[in-house]
Design a protein around this ligand. Structure first.
Ligand code: FAS
Ligand code: PHB
Length: 391
């Protein structure tokens, strides 16, 4: 088989890239190791940055988002006895949207299917070949067990943190940075109306907690837990008790409404960056190149920003033979990647508690400064909601 761009991975990065390329008349084939049903059922990110919403609107994929999503002006920062609203719209003129990654993926899959996108699900043995030539190719075993080879002009590695594309970058050119945090998140979905209008990020001596949401009837909440936590050791009551304590139930008359928990899982926290994001005819995008702790709500939005840069670069390369954007893709993408990696680290280290009493005082001082100083609040708002796509 032959295509112009072989895209490995049908998560948000791969799906959106195929859509953006098709808009430029460039054909691609998506190769995905999981079933479509599995991809569509994954529970992940919840917040779309302003630039992500602008992009989805621009390509006609914002209809359901605006009908079912919720626009938020900002977030609340909280610590015991205090809760402060950070208003992004007042500070940087940009809002964010609550619309789960699951929904974004559904919209992308629907659009690609309508367009007749060539997609292989449930593949195995995916391998990349000759990426430093102008005739790279991908081999894999398809769901029927047949060996398949796809020749392409370009391979886009959109296969997340466990895919083969990262390792297809030659060690001689590859550089990686990694930081694993000494805590994880226990995330829950609950069939209960959110107890807050906008997200609450709470510092607490027992550990960080967050109140997010998926819809007016579904809440999404997180608790800081030790690495290696067995989710089975956290009963629903234990989860709700910890959330109530950390989120300030009873503080200033506020109460946390409880409801049936429909999903719970433990998510490790780490930062990872791999450079370069391009070698020869292999381009990386999304989690294949970088991982951020979710405290900054950046993971999905970074994947979108990568492919928003990559699609025009590949169009120029494949339609006009112009290398300039392809040559600068890695450097252009990494500017934002490092900015978002720093911001995600900054939010994570400011809000997650450890046994260090000195560190706790520093965190509380930083939270008080961000909540009371326009300069501090502006810094958070600009990074959380305000980075333009071409940052
Ligand atoms: P993805 O991982 O979404 O997609 C990669 C795709 O490649 C997957 O479908 C995978 O099956 C496929 N693949 C892997 N190996 C392959 C192979 N050998 N052959 C073919 N296909 C292969 N971000 C936030 O902002 N907020 C959150 O709360 C949040 N929660 C998360 C929870 C979890 C459990 C995880 C893992 C991530 C979370 N993230 C969160 C980050 C997440 O949203 C990513 O940033 C986002 O999915 C990135 O999209 P992709 O780059 O497309 O990677
Ligand atoms: C979520 O709703 O899943 C969510 C929101 C904000 C974050 C992380 C996760 O920073």
């Amino acid at each position: 088989m032959r295509t112009e761009v072989a895209i490995i991975g049908a998560g948000p990065a791969g799906l959106l890239l195929s859509h953006l390329l098709a808009d430029q008349g460039i054909d691609s084939i998506l190769i995905e190791t999981r079933s479509q049903q599995y991809v569509l059922s994954r529970i992940r990110a919840g917040i779309l940055a302003h630039s992500t919403v602008e992009l989805l609107d621009a390509i006609g994929l914002g209809t359901r988002l605006h009908a079912e999503g919720q626009e938020h002006r900002g977030i609340y920062l909280q610590w015991p006895q205090e809760r402060h609203h950070i208003d992004f719209v007042d500070l940087v003129g940009r809002s964010v949207w609550v619309y789960g990654q699951t929904e974004v993926t559904k919209d992308l899959v629907s659009a690609r299917e309508t367009a007749g996108q060539a997609m292989f699900y449930e593949v195995s043995d995916t391998a990349l070949h000759d990426v430093d030539t102008e005739a790279p190719y991908v081999t894999f075993t398809d769901s029927s067990g047949a060996a398949v080879r796809i020749d392409a002009a370009v391979i886009a590695g959109c296969d997340g943190s466990f895919g083969p594309s990262r390792a297809a970058m030659p060690e001689s050119v590859r550089q990686t940075w990694e930081r694993t945090y000494p805590y994880s998140w226990l995330g829950v979905l609950a069939d209960v109306a959110p107890s807050t209008d906008e997200l609450i990020y709470a510092w607490h001596p027992d550990g960080f907690a967050m109140h997010s949401m998926r819809s007016p009837k579904v809440s999404r909440l997180y608790l800081q837990v030790p690495n290696g936590t067995d989710v089975g050791t956290w009963s629903d009551d234990r989860i709700w008790d910890a959330l109530a304590e950390r989120l300030g139930h009873g503080q200033d008359g506020w109460s946390l409404e409880r409801g049936p928990i429909t999903d719970k899982s433990v998510l490790p926290m780490r930062s990872y960056v791999q450079t370069p994001m391009r070698h020869g005819r292999l381009f990386l995008a999304g989690d294949a190149a970088h991982i951020v702790p979710p405290t900054g709500a950046k993971g999905l939005n970074l994947a979108v920003a990568d492919v928003a840069l990559l699609a025009p670069a590949l169009a120029a390369l494949l339609r006009k033979g112009e290398e300039r954007l392809a040559d600068s893709y890695s450097e252009d993408a990494l500017r934002r990647v490092w900015r978002c990696t720093h911001f995600s680290w900054w939010m994570t280290t400011m809000l997650h508690t450890s046994a260090d009493p000195f560190g706790a005082q520093l965190q509380l001082s930083q939270l008080r400064w961000v909540a009371s100083s326009e300069a501090g609040a502006m810094g958070l708002a600009e990074n959380y909601a305000g980075l333009p796509i071409g940052f």
